[in-house]
Design a protein around this ligand. Structure first.
Ligand code: FAD
Length: 278
């Protein structure tokens, strides 16, 4: 069972709990991106199980009327086994999403996976004619080219700053530089993307910039934030824009929760207060 302290960041251990969380979010005008926790599976059985669980989740979502979609990690559905396994499992998920007309996001992991992830995304989204999105990370030096590459491909991109500690050969290391590049990528994307951009950030500066760019270019956009982070802002922004809350669930919640709790001093203090009971 997930302790209350972790429940702030994790929707529950089961698909049923995740759907219940999605309903509560929808009641607050937040749409929901459901992510089954788990990554870096080297046993194909684990990867296939995860793909099946996503397929079942998509079945469960059908007919609920919930405004929800899914986001999958490549290494969760087979990329650490082989590219073929990853694509086969992604295909299983996409087939089910097609049947039930649901959007599928692909998370982006460390830089060694970027090519395989983007190649698979481009192939599937082109065949599907949209209905999918992929995450791109501003801290990677290659991302400007990737954003340009995907501009004429159907589907959406989720622009994030990047969560992985990458080597300086491939990534910008200073926060200032990553922020600067993130802003430049927003500028480019709002000018060149028709299918929409997801601003995957809690940063008020970047969100304000996206709002201004939206006013200037009219490009559709949505804001995506993590469950448990700036929830008040999520609700406030949802009065004016599409806000999607990324809500992880599953039994493997501990490491995800630890990362979130330690990520910022604010979250760490929250965790400490909860432990101390005040
Ligand atoms: P930061 O640069 O960390 O902070 C900027 C400002 O935002 C802060 O000064 C503060 O004002 C505000 N802020 C940030 N956090 C908090 C907080 N906890 N409480 C209050 N205010 C806060 N990364 C990947 O590498 N791959 C992915 O697939 C991926 N998917 C993501 C999906 C979503 C929906 C989101 C929101 C993030 C995702 N990330 C992903 C993580 C991302 O790369 C960043 O590591 C993470 O979002 C932190 O960057 P930031 O832009 O939110 O803000």
């Amino acid at each position: 069972m997930i302790p209350p302290i972790a429940r702030r960041f994790v929707a529950g251990e089961s698909a049923a709990a995740a759907l219940e969380h999605a309903r509560e979010c929808n009641d607050r005008d937040l749409k929901v991106i459901l992510n089954l926790l788990g990554e870096h599976y080297t046993d194909p059985v684990d990867a296939d199980d995860a793909a099946r669980e996503y397929a079942t989740l998509l079945e469960d979502l059908a007919g609920t009327g919930l405004d929800a979609c899914v986001s999958v990690k490549p290494s969760q559905i087979g990329l650490d086994v082989s590219e073929t396994r990853f694509r086969d499992n992604l295909g299983t998920i996409i087939d089910r999403a097609d049947e039930h007309d649901r959007f599928v996001w692909i998370d982006m992991e460390d830089h060694t996976t970027t090519d395989a992830t983007l190649d698979a995304f481009e192939e599937f989204v082109t065949a599907r004619g949209g209905g999918m999105g992929v995450c791109l990370q501003a801290n990677l030096k290659r991302t400007r080219e990737d954003v340009e590459r995907l501009a004429d491909v159907p589907g959406k991109i989720r622009l994030v700053k990047g969560a992985y500690d990458e080597p300086a050969t491939v990534a910008y290391k200073s926060k200032e530089r990553v922020d600067e590049v993130y802003g430049q990528l927003l500028d480019y994307a709002f000018e060149h993307y028709d299918d929409g951009i997801a601003v995957g950030s809690h940063d008020p500066v970047m969100i304000d910039r996206a709002r201004e760019l939206h006013d200037e270019h009219g490009t559709p956009f949505e804001i995506q934030m993590l469950m448990g982070v700036r929830e008040d802002a999520q609700e406030e922004l949802a009065r004016e824009y599409d806000v999607w809350q990324y809500a992880p669930y599953g039994t493997q919640w501990f490491s995800y929760f630890s990362r979130r709790a330690m990520e910022s001093r604010k979250n760490a203090l929250f965790a400490l207060r909860a432990v101390l009971g005040r």
